[in-house]
Ligand binder design. Structure first.
Ligand code: SAM
Length: 208
């Protein structure tokens, strides 16, 4: 299906991409802690841990969490928009001898990326909340199309107003509205000085 985008939407997408590319060009981006968050560790290793399956990370950055998942027995594909991030993620996976497929592409255009799924787990650490709003339905549709029955989506996002723009951020209400056929099972506030959230969504166990 062809996309009709307004000039303002195209500008917003281009500006968002340029800002991300600048962060990686300038060196180590501020979010690149190299530490897997305890919320992901709890899901993978904690009480009631998920059985390893197929995972897709959206906006993987330099690959810390994709490598973590692969080392815990998951078959992992990871996608990022910025080729410098993708190169670093591939290097990190190779150094860790972790079998991760890292692809350069747009999490809102997964049909162009080559990640057919189905996936049991989707992980998004602060990618969706920075995606221009007009692309977010496409993000949700791409995950829904690739979700195995009962799949999880663990997402960390900044709330609206955390950044100096009028559009970034994510709320629980937005996710409920955009992710049809998913249940928003948990919302846990993050510990950052600005509003942040950990969202857990479950895909229905069998297609409705
Ligand atoms: C805040 S960074 C977080 C990176 C990584 N998850 C981490 O925590 O280290 C957001 C990442 O999402 C990527 N990103 C943003 N929009 C994207 C899109 N539409 N498709 C794929 N990746 C995207 C950025 O390039 C960036 O690496």
């Amino acid at each position: 299906m062809s996309e009709t985008r307004t000039v303002a939407e195209l500008d917003q997408e281009a500006a968002a991409r340029r800002a991300l590319e600048d962060f990686y060009r300038d060196g180590k981006p501020p979010w690149d802690s190299g530490i897997t968050p305890p919320e992901l560790v709890a899901l993978i290793e904690g009480p009631g841990a998920l059985m390893p399956g197929q995972a897709l990370e959206l906006g993987c950055g330099t690959g810390t969490n994709a490598v973590y998942l692969a080392r815990r027995g998951w078959r992992v594909a990871a996608v990022d928009l910025v080729d410098r991030a993708v190169r670093q993620a591939r290097e990190k996976a190779a150094a860790a001898e972790a079998d991760v497929t890292v692809l350069c592409g747009d999490a809102t255009r997964l049909d162009e990326v080559g990640v057919p799924g189905p996936y049991d787990l989707f992980f998004d650490l602060s990618c969706y909340c920075g995606i221009p709003p007009h692309r977010r339905d496409a993000y949700a549709a791409g995950l829904t199309k690739r979700a195995a029955p009962g799949a999880r989506l663990l997402m960390f996002g900044y709330g609206p107003g955390a950044f100096d723009d009028t559009w970034s951020g994510v709320t629980a209400d937005e996710l409920r509205a955009r992710f049809a056929g998913w249940e928003l099972a948990d919302v846990t506030p993050g510990t950052n000085p600005v509003p942040t959230f950990w969202f857990t969504l479950h895909r229905a166990a069998a297609a409705a």
